[in-house]
Ligand binder design. Structure first.
Ligand code: GRG
Length: 309
């Protein structure tokens, strides 16, 4: 893992520079991800896993995990294996989501999708490999200074967020809703609370657990993350309409073509934006007890609504 001892402590003043913070954290995460997955025999599968894992992306999930761990008094070193694991789980979900049997996409993160380059068979296996390796990494590489009981809890949260109670469940209901124009708001919320918010919640909650957060604080973190998770999806739906393929790194306007029910299709763009902002405000309110040290998590929440990709 990347040595974190010589990192500067995050700024904790009103002049917090989010752009610089994101750039620095992204670089750290990229280096740790690169180091965590060397190419060995059989080379093809490792190359395919690395192709998608190291293809850029905002790295929002690992950054949230690191930021929460630090806010709760832990270190970057404690959380880095879990941060890499959440990015691996996220990447595998994108690889599988892009497959012809699911969303059938040709572009992701500004390049051809995994199955377009390596074929469907390797793309499926590549996702499987990333998912399995994520858990191995957390179990094996979390430093000894973190109690094994906490590591076990992290594994439980990651498993729950990935499986039928999380991403898989959300994807199933999304697939079932395809081509239907009468999807109620509760179903839309179910899809996105599971497909999008569950993993974001796991990132934040696991960061807290690794640092030894109390059960009450973990609950607070969980509410923060659920709110930013839904806001993230609302903005994602808006960007599908307003952003270009170049900005998104994937095909734009897919929801409209598929006549998919989305937040803007139910509420319109302006009301959707206002709802997202309300959710971000509720999320930030949960962080009040943490004072100045919550600045990065608050800034990350605001970034979710202001992003253009
Ligand atoms: C996890 C076992 C397991 C299976 C996956 C395919 C599937 C089951 C679920 C689909 C999950 C999915 C694709 C959700 C969409 C989440 C989302 C909003 C992705 C975009 O995230 P960004 O914008 O992407 O953070 P970058 O590229 O920046 O990382």
């Amino acid at each position: 893992m990347v040595a974190a001892d010589n990192l500067q402590k995050m700024p904790e003043t009103a002049s917090f520079n989010l752009a610089a913070y994101l750039q620095e954290r992204k670089k750290l995460c990229e280096a740790a991800l690169d180091e965590s997955l060397p190419v060995i025999y059989p080379e093809k599968i490792y190359e395919s896993m690395r192709y998608s894992l190291l293809a850029g992306g905002k790295r929002l999930r690992p950054i949230l995990c690191l930021a929460t761990c630090e806010m709760m008094g832990g270190t970057i070193e404690m959380a880095m294996p879990t941060a890499c694991a959440v990015e691996m789980i996220h990447t595998m979900s994108l690889i599988h989501d892009d497959l012809p049997a699911m969303d059938n996409d040709d572009y992701r993160r500004g390049r051809l999708t995994n199955h377009k380059v390596y074929g469907e068979d390797i793309a499926i296996l590549s996702g499987d490999g990333l998912l399995a390796y994520a858990f191995e990494l957390v179990a094996l590489r979390t430093p000894e200074s973190v109690a094994r009981e906490r590591v076990l809890q992290v594994i439980v949260h990651l498993g729950r967020a990935s499986g039928a109670a999380g991403l898989v469940g959300g994807q199933v209901v999304d697939l079932e809703s395809e081509g239907k124009s009468d999807i109620p708001l509760e179903t839309l919320n179910f899809i996105h609370n599971h497909k999008t918010a569950a993993l974001l919640e796991a990132c934040v909650v696991c960061g807290g657990i690794l640092a030894g957060a109390s059960p009450e604080d973990v609950q607070r973190l969980s509410r923060y993350a659920q709110n930013i998770g839904l806001a993230f999806q609302i903005i994602d739906d808006i960007l599908d309409i307003t952003a270009t393929q170049e900005q998104l790194g994937k095909t734009a306007g897919k929801d409209l073509v598929a006549q998919k029910v989305t937040y803007p299709s139910l509420w319109g763009i302006e009301k959707s934006r206002a709802k997202a902002q309300e959710l971000i405000e509720s999320a930030c309110a949960e962080l009040e007890p943490f004072g100045e040290s919550a600045q990065p998590l608050k800034a990350l929440a605001q970034f979710i609504t202001s992003r253009n990709h």
